[in-house]
Design a protein around this ligand. Structure first.
Ligand SMILES: [Zn+2]
Ligand SMILES: [Zn+2]
Length: 306
């Protein structure tokens, strides 16, 4: 999909940093979003009859979108009608409904946008402003910098070897010391290059480029729901509290790309957080206070009930 020739929309700017060749979006309208509001806007949607009847999940237009057409569209992905229901307690069937919502929104937005960024910020420490269980999705008219770089490396690998870079990575991790979760259709591991102590990448074993390529309601989608519940449960166990984390679906409509989910938990030990501070934010040099093999064993142990 080509990029808009004049990629500006009212109230926002898309700027390219010439020093890094990286895009930045400026949206001053978001400064005063719902933060600190006494009532939950999503519970208010239920009370006012706006939340469609009979639907547990709902892709709701974001009242304070970071991107507007033609640059993008933003939705809040509501996971459940109940206000106080943490992800780890949703249960498999309801997380499967969340996975289905991720698939639905991908199929909808990928018809109009170059990239579908689906993600979740969980926990006050990571800037979650609403406590109703939810994630978010942005349909974006351009490739976000990280996705652009991953695609470039995947294309270079394909040109050189005729193989998928992600499939190669996956093959190198199977039965290895960094594996955290191992199911018929998914492999979750702490990457060798982990930035956060408990960072996990979850890959479908089959080469698919986006979540829209998985059959809806199928075994892969169901197993994904189970894997996510187990991972978040293990995070809460090692952190001895609800682990603040970011979750991101990396996906594209490009056959050289391989769908994967990145889980970036910001807790590094009970009560201690990993901040993207000067080394990370100002220099782009990540310092991880742990090695992946040790932390993978901890997560495996937490899942085994130890
Ligand atoms: Zn609510
Ligand atoms: Zn692949």
């Amino acid at each position: 999909m080509s990029e808009p020739s004049n990629p500006q929309a009212p109230g926002q700017r898309l700027v390219t940093n010439p020093l890094l060749g990286e895009r930045v979006v400026q949206t001053p309208g978001r400064m005063n979003r719902h933060e600190g509001a006494a009532a939950c806007p999503f519970c208010a949607d239920i009370d006012a009859g706006r939340w469609p009847d009979g639907q547990q999940t709902w892709a709701r237009p974001n009242d304070f979108p970071a991107l507007r057409p033609p640059l993008g569209e933003c939705y809040v992905l509501l996971y459940a009608r109940e206000h106080d229901l943490p992800f780890a307690q949703l249960g498999t069937e309801r997380v499967a409904a969340v996975v289905d919502l991720w698939q639905q929104i991908y199929l909808d937005l990928s018809a109009r946008y170059a990239c579908v960024m689906t993600f979740e910020n969980s926990g006050d420490a990571i800037g979650q402003t609403q406590h109703h269980p939810h994630g978010q999705t942005y349909g974006v008219a351009f490739l976000p910098p990280t996705i652009e770089r991953e695609l470039a490396h995947a294309q270079a690998t394909y040109a050189e070897t005729g193989e998928c870079l992600f499939c190669q990575t996956l093959a190198g991790e199977i039965n290895g010391p960094r594996v955290v979760i191992d199911t018929a259709h998914w492999l979750g591991f702490i990457p060798q290059w982990a930035r956060y102590p408990y960072e996990v990448q979850l890959y479908p074993r089959r080469h698919v480029s986006n979540i829209g390529a998985l059959p809806r309601g199928g075994e892969e989608a169901h197993e994904l729901a189970q894997a996510l519940i187990r991972l978040v449960g293990a995070y809460n166990a090692v952190y001895q509290a609800p682990m603040p984390y970011m979750l991101a679906l990396h996906q594209l409509a490009d056959e050289h790309y391989h769908f994967h989910i990145e889980l970036l938990p910001v807790g590094r030990a009970p009560g201690k957080l990993k901040f993207a501070a000067s080394s990370e934010s100002a220099f782009g040099l990540w310092l991880n206070d742990a090695v992946p093999e040790i932390k993978a064993a901890e997560l495996r142990n937490a899942m085994a009930g130890g």
